[in-house]
Structures are given as C-alpha cells and as structure tokens.
Design a protein around this ligand. Structure first.
Ligand SMILES: Nc1nc2c(ncn2[C@@H]2O[C@H](COP(=O)(O)OP(=O)(O)OP(=O)(O)O)[C@@H](O)[C@H]2O)c(=O)[nH]1
Length: 594
C-alpha cells in the first residue's frame, strides 16, 4: 500500500455538503445560474467516456466530475470509494473554477481507446500557479500510472518540461479512468486539455509565438520610454516604463515563464511572485496615472486618496508576508488589482471631464485593459465560450492599453511642445504690433553685428520715433494711438528687406538693423519710410488724420566697437531730427536729407 492508499481520517461520502469548502468565488449568482442550466435536460454535462481517437480541441471540463475534500487529505483509494458512493458531482463548465483558497479537489473522467494499440496522449492543466497536481490512471481496479507536478516543487521535478502541469501516458486498449487531485491556495482554476502529442506541440508553438509578439512589443515600448526618460528626465516616461515592466514581470510570473526560465529552483518565490507582482503592477499603474494626469495640481483630494490606497495595498501585502499567509496575500492582490482597474477608469473619466485632452487616450486605454481583463475572467470562469481570443483577451487588452498610453504620452508631448514654442514666441513678440520686441531684436542683432564686424561689411541702424504722439493719444484716445502704432508697424514691415531686422524699441519708437547697408543707402531707406508714413491717411469720423516720424541713422565704423554705441549714435541723430523740427532724417552733424 503506497502513500495514496493510506486510510482516510475524514472522508465520508457527501461530507463536503456538511462542511462547505472555504473559497472565494467571483459573482456567485452567475455560478448558481450556470449550475441551474445543467439541470435542464440536454444541457447536463455528458458522462460518456472520452474517445481517445477523437480530437478534443477545447478544455474537457464538461466531461469531468469532481469531489472536494473537507478534512485531511484523501488518498486515491478514498477518492475511488467516494466515486463509488456517488459523491462526485458533474462539473458545470468547460473550465473548472473553485475560487481562491478552495479545498483540494478530485477530478474524474473516463477515456476509451477503441483501437488495438496503446495510444499516447497528453493531459495538461493549463494554469501555472497550482501548488500540487497529481495524475492517476486506473484500469480494472488497478492503478497503472501516476505522476505529480506543481509549483511547490522545484521545476526539475516535472516529468515534462512545460510551464503547465503536464502528464503524458500511453493508454492501453479499452476503458481507463483518470483521477486528478489539485491542491492550492491560489485561484483553483483548472483548464484541463486532452491532446495527441502532435496536437499538443502545435498548441504550444502557437502560444510561444503569441507570447513572443506580446513580450517583444511591450519590451520595445519599455526600452523606448526608458530612453525618453533618460534623455528628457520627465518622470512620467520612467513611470510608464515601470508600469510596462511590472506588467511584463506579472505576466511572466503567472504564465509560468518565470518559473521555467528565471527562478526554476525557487518554488517559494514562484508561489509568492503572483501576489507580489500583481500589487507592484497596480502600484506602478497608479503612480503613472497620477503623474500623467497631474492629479497633485488638478485633483489634490483624489491624489491623496489614491496615495492612501497604494499605501493600504502595500501595507496589507506586507502584513500577509509577515504572517506568511499566501491566502491573505492573494486576497489582497486580487482585490487591489480589481479596484485598480476601476480607479484607472474613474481617473480617466475625471480628467476628461476636467477638459484634459490627452486623458481621452488614457480613458480608452483603461477601458481596453478592463474589457480585456473582464473577457478573460468571464472565459476562465466559463461564463462565455473559451477560445484563444477570449482566453488571451487580457493580453490583447494590455497591448491596446500600452499602445493607447504611448499615444497619450506622444499627444501630451506634442501639446507641451507647441505650448512651449508659443510661450517662447510670445515672450519675444510685441503684443500690439506683432513685431519683435527689444529682447528678440537684441538676440537677432548680435550675430548680424558679429558677422559684419568680422568681415568688415557695412551695417546701419535706423531709429524712428512718431512725432507728437502724445497729442494723438490726448486728442483721439489711447485706442486710436494704438491703431496708429499698428499702422506705422505695417508700413515699416512693407518697406524693409527680408534680411533687415525690425523691432518696436519701446513706446512710439522703432528700430531697424540693416545688414550690407552703408550710411547713404540707410538714409535713402529712411527717407522712403518717412514718405510712406507721411502718406498714410487715417480716418477719425469725417476727419483725415496724418502722422509723421523723425529718423536718426548711423553706420558701423571703427569708432563704434559695439551695437549699443551705434544705437546711441542713431539716437543722438534722432534727437537732432526732433530738435530741428521733426518729420526729417539726420545722420551726420550737418547734412540733412529732408
Ligand atoms: N496709444 C499708445 N500710446 C503709447 C504707447 N506706448 C507709449 N505711448 C505714449 O506715447 C507717448 C509718447 O509721448 P512723448 O514721449 O512725449 O513723445 P511725443 O509726444 O511723440 O513727442 P515727440 O517724440 O517729441 O514728437 C506717451 O503719451 C505714451 O503714453 C502704446 O503702446 N500705445
């Protein structure tokens, strides 16, 4: 008698009905509804043996019956006795689900090999987090084979190198019975498949490719955003990378890739990795959301509430770790992540309603992630049909989520960039006339001066000031004075060449820097400008108003080592023009053009 044939201490038939197993089930009423459906004739699961020559593409839960332990562990003989005593119940869904912290469960089904040869088949439980899974094959009251797997054992203990719990067996001709015992504090989800070896291989290859695409895409996004963070130093790029990294790690952990590739000798971490990485994923997602939506400024109370939520989640997980309660850690992690998706959605809604345009992408991303997670949850609980698409919807949702969040970041970057450019432009522009202001003129004039100075080329400055402008203001009002300033600015811009630099120097004064222009040419330009301003006709009711301006002109020479001194010479001549009667040009002590 082996370990599995040892005598039971508490294994009475129907014992589970007196002492219901401790479990957490999502949406119990839906489950009861599903159970009710099985009572309708024709909807009850088939009890017929599974033919080993038929192709079973999907999970075979509907052909299985189950029995849940209530006290000490049962051994195989006791499970066989429970089956004989009719204590097993038909499973109601293709994928069996007993919730978090459920009591160990026994599954049973029959297979038939109606060929004359042994048929090799692969049984796999395609979840990765179950602590212990035992497989038994019996025929004619004898146990022919047994195997065990689970993430409580080092990876090397597995008889088949797979991230799932896999058992391979050559079924002899005739009828055989399969018993499977599953024990775990994690969500007891049992997608059970029966495949021929080549079918199992192509099934695994398809999964490998799809994970390759998922991980490759997310990794590329992660590295790109990390580089943006390193280059720009903007925290939201770093937090987005952290969010993607946390999702990747969580996915690698719960798909069993982590145990297979990264920590095969650490079954302890394999079991704790799921709750820890789920909480890390939620924390990173919320930290990114707070930074991206700028909640500290936009919604300070919400900001504090989300920080408190993060603190509570991390604190409770820490408590679970302190008391080594994996069950409590899983409860915390699942609740934290479920609420996390709702919080992300609410934050997105809040920001969109607050008028933040980039938040529309954020909201769509949150909806995609939530829809993906909800679809997968409904598929694994058996409430909607299970297919590659519904089972992997969480990954598809995450791909959409990551893409939309990347778009949101790009959009925000573009908006920030154009706002910055606009602000820079406004800081260099005179708001009334649209001309350059004094600061922009100084910036642009400096290199022009340097080139002319180095190459010994001519360069001239013209300063002009509207005559008796105070009188215009006093007679017609400040707004009319503004109109005069705008008109004079337009005349200046229409008169100068493209390479000339013109600006409003202050008040009713304008400045021109004329590269490759000698004194006489500059004076000629000033004269053209003087005439153009004088020719302007402005209306004030039925009256016609005219304006004039005075000009001071100076050319760069050895006596003026810098731009400031050249401007002061032009200013001196402007003063002289005013003094000599206005509406004229002065550019040398005695000569006058107008
Ligand atoms: N409407 C308007 N007036 C301005 C603006 N900036 C300065 N001024 C006015 O321009 C006038 C300049 O007056 P003054 O410096 O005495 O010079 P002026 O009356 O033009 O006399 P002269 O320069 O000697 O011909 C002041 O009344 C300022 O208030 C502006 O942006 N808009």
């Amino acid at each position: 008698m082996n370990d599995y044939d040892a005598a039971p201490r508490d294994a009475g038939p129907r014992a589970h009905e007196r002492n219901p197993a401790r479990r957490v089930r999502p949406w119990p009423w839906l489950r009861y509804f599903a159970l009710l459906l099985t009572l309708i004739p024709g909807l009850a699961p088939a009890a017929a043996p599974l033919s080993l020559t038929a192709v079973h593409e999907g999970p075979i839960g509907a052909s299985v019956s189950y029995y849940q332990e209530t006290g000490d562990r049962l051994v195989l003989q006791q499970a066989v006795a429970a089956l004989a005593a009719d204590s097993f119940r038909p499973a109601a869904a293709p994928i069996l689900n007993y919730g978090i912290g459920a009591r160990p469960v026994w599954l049973h089904f029959r297979v038939v090999n109606d060929t004359g040869e042994p048929l090799r088949r692969q049984l796999s439980v395609e979840t990765t987090w179950l602590d212990r899974v035992e497989f038994y094959v019996r025929q004619d009251g004898r146990t022919l084979a047994m195997d065990q797997a689970g993430d409580s054992l080092p990876f090397a203990h597995r008889s088949v190198d797979s991230r799932h719990f896999v058992f391979q067996h050559s079924f002899v001709p005739g009828r055989s019975e399969v018993f499977i015992r599953v024990q775990t504090p994690d969500p007891m989800l049992i997608p059970l498949y029966l495949h021929a070896p080549e079918q199992a291989r192509s099934h695994a290859t398809l999964q490998q490719y799809s994970y390759g695409v998922l991980y490759g895409f997310l990794l590329a996004l992660l590295i790109y955003n990390l580089m943006l963070y390193a280059g720009l130093g903007v925290p939201r790029y770093g937090l987005y990378s952290l969010y993607l990294g946390a999702f990747l790690l969580m996915n690698i952990a719960y798909t069993g890739h982590g145990f297979r590739w990264l920590w095969p000798d650490s079954p302890g971490w394999a079991q704790w990795s799921n709750p820890v990485l789920m909480v890390l994923y939620g924390v990173a997602g919320l930290a990114f959301a707070l930074s991206f939506l700028e909640t500290r400024c936009n919604f300070p109370r919400v900001h504090r509430a989300v920080l408190a939520y993060i603190g509570a989640g991390v604190g409770l997980l820490g408590l679970a770790a302190l008391f080594s309660s994996q069950y409590f850690a899983l409860l915390v992690a699942f609740s934290f992540v479920t609420l996390f998706t709702l919080i992300m959605l609410s934050l997105g809604l809040l920001a969109v309603r607050g008028g933040m345009r980039a938040a529309r992408y954020f909201l769509l991303a949150a909806v995609a992630a939530m829809a993906g997670a909800a679809t997968t949850a409904l598929a694994v609980w058996g409430y909607i049909p299970t297919s590659v698409w519904t089972y992997r919807a969480v990954d598809i949702g995450m791909l959409l989520d990551a893409t939309l969040l990347a778009l949101a970041l790009t959009y925000q970057f573009r908006v920030g960039q154009s706002e910055r450019l606009l602000a820079e432009q406004l800081a260099r522009q005179d708001p009334l006339t649209g001309m350059k202001n004094r600061r922009a003129f100084t910036d642009e004039a400096r290199p022009v001066w340097n080139i002319a100075h180095r190459q010994g080329h001519p360069l001239a400055v013209v300063l002009l000031d509207i005559d008796c402008f105070k009188r215009i203001n006093d007679s017609y009002g400040h707004a009319y004075g503004d109109k005069v300033l705008i008109t004079v600015a337009e005349v200046i811009i229409d008169t100068i060449r493209q390479q000339d630099v013109a600006a409003r120097w202050g008040g009713e004064e304008f400045i021109l820097l004329l590269p490759e222009t000698g004194l006489e040419e500059a004076a000629a330009l000033a004269e053209r400008l003087r005439q153009a301003i004088e020719a302007v006709r402005l209306r004030w009711g039925d009256d016609i108003i005219t304006v004039t301006a005075s000009f001071g002109v100076a050319e760069r020479d050895v006596e003026h080592p810098n731009l400031d001194s050249l401007i002061s010479v032009a200013d001196k001549y402007l003063y002289q023009a005013k003094h000599d009667g206005r509406n004229r040009i002065r550019y040398r002590p005695v000569a006058s053009v107008a």
